[in-house]
Write a protein that binds this ligand. Structure first.
Ligand code: GLN
Length: 222
């Protein structure tokens, strides 16, 4: 991929370092960021100091953009890949947000659960391609980009299922969850969010190709 050769990819108006070992940020993921900012603005004042968790950070495009856009947010990133975390740290320095972002190596929400921490806002673009479809992705993707960032298990929904199972312990009484999803997955992910018992309302937002791309869930305590 050209982005690995030149070593960077623009995302939400900023330049991110990318190398083999992290997924190249996709333009449709900007919609996840845009919707997260918009819905957070409905739940909290822009000046609120929210605890934000990004699961499966990769290059840091999502988490670091949120940190740059909302200087009061305290952002935690988790990734299973030390290579990805090293690149995300480098990008945090590039964007001068490294003092407000924490980098944790681990499996999905596990590092936060282990510490007994909760968050106001959870965002994730987990691997969501069904395992047997990864081989059939275009060559530029499946030969060069990390399988860890793509393979979402047999039906592609494994990460959503595992995250939703722990949502009641992970999010605060007023909270926002924002997921990017793959094609034809939005309905199933919405059901997982509602079935978790931690979310009262959901919304599905299409990308510019008309594919349902972002699933939001939230609840507001009175
Ligand atoms: N959107 C990516 C692709 O089409 C997949 C990213 C993911 O699995 N989260 O290759």
């Amino acid at each position: 991929p050209l982005q690995y050769i030149i070593g960077e990819q623009a995302f939400f108006g900023r330049s991110f370092a990318v190398r083999p070992g992290v997924l190249i940020p996709r333009p449709e993921t900007e919609i996840l960021v845009e919707q997260t900012l918009r819905h957070a603005g409905r739940l909290w004042p822009d000046t609120a100091a929210l605890d934000v968790l990004d699961i499966g950070t990769g290059s840091g495009a999502i988490a670091l953009t949120l940190a740059a856009e909302r200087p009061r947010w305290r952002v935690t990133t988790v990734d299973l890949s030390p290579t990805a975390l090293a690149i995300a740290r480098e990008n945090a320095q590039r964007l001068q947000v490294e003092y407000r972002v924490r980098f944790l190596e681990g499996d999905l929400a596990q590092p936060l659960l282990a510490a007994g921490e909760q968050v106001d806002l959870l965002v994730s673009n987990p691997p969501y391609i069904p395992s047997d479809e990864v081989e059939r992705l275009e060559e530029e993707v499946n030969r060069f980009e990390p399988r860890l960032a793509l393979d979402g298990g047999a039906d592609g929904l494994v990460c959503y299922r595992r995250i939703c199972a722990v949502l009641p312990r992970l999010i605060r009484p007023t909270a926002l969850v924002a997921f990017e999803v793959g094609i034809h997955q939005a309905g199933a992910v919405r059901q997982l969010l509602l079935a978790s018992g931690a979310v009262e309302r959901t919304e599905i937002v299409p990308d510019l190709a008309g594919i349902e791309r972002v699933v939001l869930g939230w609840r507001k305590s009175n």
